[in-house]
Design a protein around this ligand. Structure first.
Ligand SMILES: O=P(O)(O)O[C@H]1O[C@H](CO)[C@@H](O)[C@H]1O
Ligand SMILES: O=c1cc[nH]c(=O)[nH]1
Length: 240
């Protein structure tokens, strides 16, 4: 047990999928995993371990925001020996060519504040995805015929943003979409030598003012989970 995770040693798999929403973790477990057991309920941050096509995997929520992600990624890697972490989240598109429900793979993340900044100070660290996971996720999306975009995203620590000028700068510089966890996930994974990737579904469009409802965000992102699971267990990665 850690301060925030109630699982016993060995109850968490080396691969963890991390949705922000605990109820998305429950939904995805019921849909994708066999022989699943609930391994964490502390603070309602649900985590489940089971198998997908014979591979052991944990689906554990991160909560919203980089402060919350930072705690779970840290404890999962440091205390439970997790080796690869894939965020499975929703995101808001910032480009016209990115459409609702498209998949966004975060190659790198831009941020103006994150928990890791207290460590980096004047260093402008560039959090980036594990290339093997990124390539495997892109392959999986293409094989499934899902529209997919790979590039820079904006990890913000504010959902109700009062800085439209900032969003405009991000859009001008080609940033695909905004979300609230990936930069910190990549930074913590880098610190501990683990692999990380963020696979996201476009749930909102900042330029077109479109949005999915709450139920869709919780229970309709099956392609995103399929892509994340295929990427995690792509045959090539077993040899790493
Ligand atoms: O749907 P999740 O994975 O929670 O991701 C996005 O949704 C939340 C905001 O509504 C933030 O956590 C953001 O990153
Ligand atoms: O607009 C959005 C949509 C999802 N997540 C965010 O952080 N922002």
């Amino acid at each position: 047990m850690t301060l925030h995770i109630g699982a016993e040693p060995g109850q968490i798999a080396e691969t963890v999928l991390m949705p922000g929403d605990p109820l998305r973790a429950k939904w995805a477990t019921e849909r994708f995993l066999s022989d699943a057991e609930c391994v964490n309920q502390v603070r309602g941050m649900l985590g489940y371990t089971g198998t997908w096509q014979g591979h052991r995997v944990t689906i554990h929520a991160s909560g919203m925001g980089m402060a919350s992600m930072s705690i779970y990624a840290h404890e999962l890697i440091r205390d439970y020996g997790v080796r690869q972490l894939i965020r499975v989240g929703s995101t808001g598109a910032m480009q016209n060519h990115v459409n609702m429900r498209d998949i966004v793979l975060a190659q790198t993340c831009t941020t103006i504040s994150s928990p890791s900044q207290s460590l980096f100070k004047e260093v402008q660290f560039a959090p980036c995805a594990d290339f093997g996971l990124l390539r495997a996720a892109h392959d999986a999306a293409c094989a499934l015929g899902v529209p997919v975009h790979v590039g820079n995203i904006y990890s913000s620590d504010i959902f109700y943003d009062e800085r439209p000028d900032l969003n405009a700068i991000m859009t001008r510089h080609g940033i695909l979409a905004v979300e609230m966890e990936a930069a910190e996930l990549y930074s913590v994974a880098a610190r501990f030598g683990a692999r990380a990737l963020a696979v996201m579904t476009v749930s909102d469009h900042l330029l077109k003012n479109e949005a999915l409802d709450t139920r869709a965000r919780e229970q309709s992102f099956s392609q995103m989970f399929e892509i994340a699971l295929r990427a995690a267990f792509a045959p090539r990665l077993q040899q790493v």
